[in-house]
Design a protein around this ligand. Structure first.
Ligand SMILES: [Fe+2]
Ligand SMILES: [Fe+2]
Length: 140
């Protein structure tokens, strides 16, 4: 049977804050559902799930931004810039999907571009940020 997961939960690097780990896990579940819908070539389901994905990503990044500002994280701009770039690419990709319904192009983003970005971003920016914030919280 074809594996419908772009990543498994165990592939996601764990960060110091469980609230962040939960968000990362939830987002992956949505993306794996998108991928399953791509494999089934279910255009309506893909479109519906992509809306959910975009909303979740916005909320995900907003939560991290809020925490970074609250605890005055020194590399705020560095982390935030990666979010801005990633969100732009996601929006562009989903807009192209809405216009053209090109399954192959969406599949490249979902199966390759996004998982690579996700692992890289979490293992660097999110790991660093959560360690800093956890230390601040422990000292409160
Ligand atoms: Fe994150
Ligand atoms: Fe992040």
């Amino acid at each position: 049977m074809e594996n419908k997961h772009v990543l498994d939960v165990t592939d996601i690097p764990r960060v110091a804050l469980d609230a962040m780990n939960d968000v990362h896990k939830d987002e992956l579940a949505i993306v794996n559902n998108v991928n399953a819908a791509i494999i089934s070539r279910d255009v309506d389901k893909i479109s519906l799930l992509c809306k959910e994905w975009l909303a979740h990503t916005n909320a995900h990044f907003d939560k991290e931004k809020y925490m970074m500002e609250k605890y005055d994280f020194p590399a705020f701009h560095c982390h935030q810039n990666e979010h801005i770039e990633a969100l732009e690419l996601l929006e562009k990709t989903l807009a192209a999907w809405t216009q053209q319904n090109n399954l192959d192009e969406l599949a490249i983003y979902v199966q390759k571009t996004w998982p690579e970005w996700y692992i890289n971003h979490i293992s660097t920016m999110d790991v660093m940020t959560s360690a800093f914030i956890k230390q601040c919280m422990d000292n409160e």
